[in-house]
Ligand binder design. Structure first.
Ligand code: FES
Length: 168
């Protein structure tokens, strides 16, 4: 029966490898954690933001509703204010439109162009949209305004993330 002897060289090799590995793991773990941390966090995207607009106060006339929320971009949290143009259609349905022009991203305004009353107007290149957000042919925008999904929270309007309008 032979006893295997560990030479001094092997002992040093094992010890240094073990200690080196332990130290490397100690340095790498925080880096890995730092890199994947945002992935592990709960993603609030898609959540609704409650505005200060009461649903009962919304009329057929589009009004501007600003709403602020915290946005997380990886490790950076910032406060963002978005805007919606909100009104009730002829069926009493709430319509919430994004103000971002579909041409080059300027901000549209309601009823600001004297030549085209009752339209959303983009001052940058004269873009026009009808009240329901449909782009007027012959003006620069090539698509309708995005639409916010919404729900009612304790009587107040809550808005989700604006998305392109689904064609009927
Ligand atoms: S950005 Fe609105 S018309 Fe060009």
């Amino acid at each position: 029966m032979s006893k295997q002897r560990v030479t001094r060289r092997q002992f040093l090799n094992y010890t240094l490898t073990g200690v080196g590995g332990f130290m490397a793991a100690g340095m790498l773990m925080p880096m890995v954690r730092f890199a994947v941390d945002p992935v592990l966090q709960h993603n609030a995207a898609g959540d609704y933001v409650v505005t200060d607009k009461k649903i009962s106060e919304i009329t057929a006339e589009p009004v501007r509703v600003d709403f602020t929320f915290e946005q997380k971009d990886a490790w950076y949290t910032s406060e963002v204010t978005n805007t919606a143009w909100v009104y009730k259609d002829e069926n009493g349905e709430v319509i919430a439109l994004s103000p971002i022009c579909k041409h080059l991203g300027c901000t549209v305004d309601w009823n600001k162009d004297k030549a085209n009353p009752e339209h959303f107007y983009c001052p940058c290149h004269g873009g026009l949209y009808t009240k329901d957000g449909t782009n007027v042919p012959g003006t620069p925008p090539a698509a309708p305004l995005d639409v916010y999904p919404f729900k009612e929270v304790d009587g107040y309007l809550a808005l989700g993330k604006a998305e392109p309008r689904k064609e009927a």
